[in-house]
Design a protein around this ligand. Structure first.
Ligand code: ADP
Ligand code: MG
Length: 316
């Protein structure tokens, strides 16, 4: 559905995007994850035709944005990071205005009603946008993106600045969109992306550093795997014992929690599962395990490590 090929964007001396390529299949919900300044908005602005690339091409449903801008834009609904809203209009008036601007060829009243219902604005049609809360304004931006039923929906950091309840609702909305649309949405928060997406692309310093199905991501990213545990006892004994476990490649204390307890990080070979061995090992030396977690938590750490590494590499 979307094909991004060898995209490079320079702003003067700054290379915001450095030769990135990826494709998105029809019906896929793709999460675009990266720290601030990674190049997420730049990529989205190029895909949607708001800015041009220095090099590279984007095709959406077979149309190239540069060759057929109008036709390509009609296939995309875009919620920019800061949606341009006319705050003195009512919700309905604004959506009708955008409907006309986009030259949507559907029955106007019915379609605007349907879109308002989809985003939960059906009771707010007559309210002025300036009187809406941040969460509701975001819904208006969302509604605007859905006008005309475009097959592709692109959302730039749609949950920034929302409260937890609003975030949950926006997540639901994104998931429901995925049934009928191809969706790309960006965030700098890993948990936001992993709650909603099938597939994740991680971008840092203008380069793609990972592209994988959500379930496979930790495997793809990890050199090995990590177990973290809170254990009571003498650190030297604990570490020595942990290192004796087969498949363990590294064990260290990462945090002191009290005079007796500490947090430990144990790295082990991919594919292994050392939880039971860890239990038996600590039982042997009478050091109680108060908490233990393997695998999933390290995704967050890997993301941090990985983006830090990309940064280091770019600065070097
Ligand atoms: P993200 O959305 O991931 O936070 P952006 O795409 O906004 O990142 O920015 C990527 C890089 O490009 C950053 O270093 C940013 O400072 C730079 N940048 C973005 N827009 C401009 C611009 N209009 N002029 C100059 N530099 C820009
Ligand atoms: Mg951005």
């Amino acid at each position: 559905m979307i094909e991004v090929k060898n995209l490079t964007k320079r702003y003067g001396k700054i290379t915001a995007l450095d030769n990135i390529s990826f494709t998105v299949d029809t019906g896929e919900v793709l999460g675009f994850l990266g720290p601030n300044g990674a190049g997420k908005s730049t990529t989205m602005n190029i895909i949607t035709g708001y800015i041009s690339s220095t090099r590279g091409t984007v095709t959406v449903d077979g149309c190239e944005i540069l060759a057929e801008p109008r036709k390509t834009k009609q296939k995309i609904g875009y919620l920019p990071e800061l949606p341009p809203l006319y705050v003195d209009m009512t919700v309905r008036k604004y959506l009708e205005f955008m409907f006309d601007l986009k030259r949507v060829k559907l029955p106007k009243k019915e379609h605007v009603d349907e879109v308002m219902r989809l985003v939960g604005l059906e009771k707010h049609g007559n309210r002025l946008i300036k009187n809406l809360s941040k969460g509701y304004r975001q819904r208006v931006g969302f509604a605007q993106a859905l006008l005309g039923n475009p097959p592709v929906i692109i959302l730039d950091e749609p949950t920034v600045g929302l409260d937890p309840q609003q975030i949950i609702e926006i997540r639901k909305l994104i998931k429901s969109l995925g049934k009928k649309h191809t969706v790309i949405f960006s965030s700098h928060v890993l948990s936001e992306i992993s709650a909603t997406c099938d597939r994740i692309i991680i971008i840092a310093e203008g380069r793609i550093i990972a592209d994988a199905k959500k379930d496979e991501l930790s495997k793809v990213l990890a050199d090995g795997q990590q177990l973290t545990a809170v254990i009571e006892g003498t650190p030297a004994d604990i570490i020595a014992e942990l290192k004796k476990i087969p498949d363990v490649t590294q064990a260290k204390k990462t945090e002191t929690l009290s005079d007796k307890t500490g947090r430990y990080a144990v790295e082990y070979k991919p594919g292994a599962d050392i939880r039971r061995e860890t239990f038996h090992a600590m039982a042997r030396i009478h050091c109680p395990i108060l908490e233990m977690r393997a695998g999933s938590e390290s995704l967050e750490e890997l993301y941090l490590k990985l983006t830090a590494k990309a940064k280091g590499g770019a600065e070097a």
